[in-house]
Design a protein around this ligand. Structure first.
Ligand code: 5AD
Ligand code: SF4
Length: 510
C-alpha cells in the first residue's frame, strides 16, 4: 500500500464534529473507509513484500520521554507477542512501562475477536477507561488487535466510545509512532486499519516479557477459512518470514541465554507455502533450527491438514525439538468437520496421530475442541468424546461455539440450545480432567527434566517450571536453578500440575 492509499484508509475524526449519530454517520462516510471483512477475504496473487525499512522518525523518538505506557493483552500468544513489539516501539520512543492504568499516559487494549465473550470483556474495559480519561484528559487510549479489524467494532467505538483516541489494526502496528503522534497533537480520534496486507515487516524492536522463553513469529495470517473462525479476516493472508531472518533471530536469542523458543503462526504447517522460488516448509526450517545451540524448540498452532511426513521425520530426530504437539481437532465427527470446512475427516486425523505416535513414540498431544456447532447432534458429540479417548490427549482447550459476524457459520442457524451446549462442555471437560489425571499419575516417581522459570505464583519458597511435554512442575530447589534445566523426581501428581523434588544441583544445559 502506498502513502496515498494509506491516507485514504485512515482518517482523523474530530469528536466535536459528531453532533448526533446521524450527522456523524454522514460525516464519517465522507472521510473514513472502515475495515472491510469482505476485502479481508480476498487473497491477492501479488508477491509478498518483505519490508526492512522500519525506523522511528526523529521527531517521534522523544515523544514518550517522561511518560509511561500500559498495554493489556487479550487472546492468544500471537497477541502476546504483538504486545512485545508495541512495547519495543514505545520504549524506543522514550516511554517507560507501568503496570497500573492510574500512572499511565497511554493505555492500549490489544484485543481478541475469537469469541463473543472475549469481545464483551473488552467493551466492559473500554467503559472503565472513561473514568480515567475524565480524571486525566491527556491520557491517550488506544484499541488495537483483532477486534479493530472488524468493521462493526470500529463503528461501535466511533459511535459509543468517542473518548477513545486511537483505533489501529493488526497490520498497522509498525505505524504506532505516527498514530501516537497524530493522536497526541490533534486530540482527534485516529483510525488506521488496513483490511488486508501482504507484507512482512522485519526489524521491529521488541521488549520481551521474559529472559528464559521467547516467541518467534515464523508466519502471519491464515488462508484456511474454517467456517466458524474470524482469524483469516482479522490477520490477513498467509505470509511467511524468510528462513534466514528466523534462523538469525533464534541464534540471537540463543546467544543471549534464552533456553526455549516457540515458533508462532496461526497455521504454522503452512509455513513456506507462499514461497514462489523454493520448496521449503516447516520441516526444512525445523531441521535447520535444531542445529542451533538452544535447549528447547516448540511450535504452535498446527493444522492437521498441512502436517506433512517431512515434518514428522524431522521431529522424530528429537534433540531440542520438543515432543509435545498441539493439534486442534475441533470435532470428532466427520460430518461436523465438513461443515466446519476443516479439510480432513475423523479417520484422516486418527491416521495422522497413529503415524506420529509410531515415529515419535514419546509424543504427547493436546488439542482444541468446539462443542455445539450448528446442527451438532448428540451422536456427533459422542464421536468427539470417543476420539478424545482414542487419541489419549494430555489436555485440551474446550469452547462453546460462538457465532462470529462475517463468517460462513454465522449464516447457519445457531440451533443448539445453550443448556445443551453447556452440558456437552461439562461432559467433555470431565473427560479432559479424567485423562489429565491419568497421564499425570503415570509420571509418579519418574524423573523429568524441568526448565525452571521462577518462583511458584502461590508460594515463593517453591520453584516452578515446565517439562519437555509442557507439564507444570512445582518443587523445592535453590534459586540458582532459575533459568536452567534440572532433573526433578515426581512425588505427587495432581490434575493440572505435579509436585516433585530436585534430584541434582542445577547444571547449565547447552
Ligand atoms: N467459537 C468457538 N471457538 C472458536 N475457536 C475459534 N473460533 C471459534 C468460535 N467462533 C476456537 C478453536 C480454535 C481456538 C483458538 O479457538 O478451537 O482452535
Ligand atoms: Fe489471537 Fe485469534 Fe484472538 Fe486474534 S482472534 S487475538 S489471532 S486468538
Amino acid at each position: 500500500m502506498n502513502e496515498k492509499q494509506r491516507l485514504e484508509t485512515s482518517a482523523q475524526i474530530n469528536p466535536a464534529d459528531k453532533k448526533s449519530v446521524k450527522d456523524y454517520s454522514q460525516y464519517f462516510q465522507s472521510v473514513y473507509q472502515p475495515p472491510s471483512l469482505q476485502d479481508a477475504k480476498k487473497r491477492g496473487k501479488e508477491e509478498i513484500k518483505i519490508d526492512r525499512g522500519f525506523i522511528i522518525p526523529e521527531d517521534m523518538l522523544n515523544l514518550g520521554v517522561g511518560r509511561k505506557f500500559y498495554i493489556r493483552t487479550y487472546g492468544c500468544q500471537m497477541n502476546e507477542h504483538d504486545t512485545e513489539v508495541m512495547a519495543g516501539i514505545l520504549t524506543e520512543m522514550g516511554y517507560e512501562p507501568t503496570d497500573s492504568v492510574e500512572t499511565a499516559d497511554i493505555v492500549l487494549l490489544n484485543t481478541c475477536a475469537i469469541r463473543e465473550n472475549a469481545e464483551n470483556k473488552v467493551f466492559g474495559e473500554i467503559g472503565h477507561l472513561k473514568t480515567y480519561k475524565k480524571r486525566n484528559p491527556n491520557l491517550l487510549i488506544g484499541i488495537c488487535g483483532c477486534m479493530s479489524q472488524e468493521e462493526s467494532v470500529v463503528n461501535r467505538i466511533l459511535q459509543k466510545h468517542q473518548f477513545v483516541d486511537m483505533v489501529f489494526g493488526t497490520h498497522n502496528i509498525h505505524r504506532l509512532p505516527q498514530i501516537v503522534k497524530e493522536a497526541m497533537f490533534s486530540k482527534e480520534m485516529v483510525v488506521e486499519v488496513w483490511s488486508k496486507e501482504g507484507d512482512v515487516i522485519e526489524n521491529l524492536p521488541r521488549v520481551r516479557k521474559g529472559e528464559i522463553k521467547a516467541w518467534v513469529n515464523i508466519m502471519y495470517g491464515c488462508d484456511k477459512f474454517c467456517t466458524y473462525c474470524i482469524v483469516p479476516y482479522t490477520r490477513g493472508k498467509e505470509r511467511s518470514r524468510l528462513p534466514q531472518d528466523i534462523i538469525e533471530e533464534v541464534r540471537h536469542l540463543a546467544r543471549n541465554g534464552y533456553q526455549e523458543v516457540t515458533l508462532l503462526g496461526q497455521n504454522v504447517n503452512a509455513y513456506g507455502k507462499d514461497f514462489t522460488d523454493m520448496k521449503y516448509g516447516l520441516g526444512e526450517l525445523m531441521d535447520e533450527l535444531r542445529k542451533i545451540d538452544i535447549p528447547r524448540i516448540r511450535f504452535t498452532t498446527s493444522h492437521p491438514r498441512d502436517f506433512d511426513d517431512r515434518l514428522i521425520d524431522v521431529l522424530a530426530k528429537g534433540g531440542n525439538l520438543m515432543e509435545h504437539i498441539h493439534l486442534p481437532v475441533q470435532s470428532g465427527s466427520s460430518e461436523v468437520l465438513k461443515l466446519m470446512a476443516r479439510k480432513y475427516d475423523r479417520e484422516t486425523y486418527l491416521e495422522l496421530v497413529r503415524k506420529m505416535k509410531e515415529r515419535i513414540p514419546n509424543a504427547s498431544f493436546t488439542t482444541d475442541i468446539i462443542v455445539g456447532f450448528p446442527n451438532e447432534t448428540d451422536e456427533q458429540f459422542e464421536e468427539t468424546m470417543s476420539l478424545y479417548r482414542e487419541v489419549e490427549f494430555d489436555t485440551a482447550y474446550t469452547f462453546i461455539y460462538s457465532p462470529r459476524e462475517g463468517t460462513p457459520a454465522a449464516k447457519m442457524e445457531d440451533n443448539i440450545p445453550m443448556e445443551v451446549k453447556k452440558e456437552r462442555l461439562q461432559r467433555l471437560n470431565a473427560l479432559v480432567n479424567e485423562l489429565a489425571v491419568q497421564k499425570n499419575l503415570a509420571l509418579q516417581d519418574q524423573i523429568v527434566e524441568v526448565l525452571v522459570e521462577g518462583e511458584s505464583k502461590k508460594n515463593p519458597e517453591i520453584l516452578a517450571g515446565y517439562t519437555s511435554k509442557n507439564k507444570l512442575i512445582n518443587f523445592k530447589g535453590p534459586k540458582s536453578a532459575i533459568g536452567k534445566i534440572v532433573k526433578v523426581k515426581i512425588t505427587q501428581a495432581k490434575t493440572w500440575s505435579l509436585d516433585g523434588e530436585m534430584i541434582e544441583e542445577a547444571v547449565e544445559v547447552n
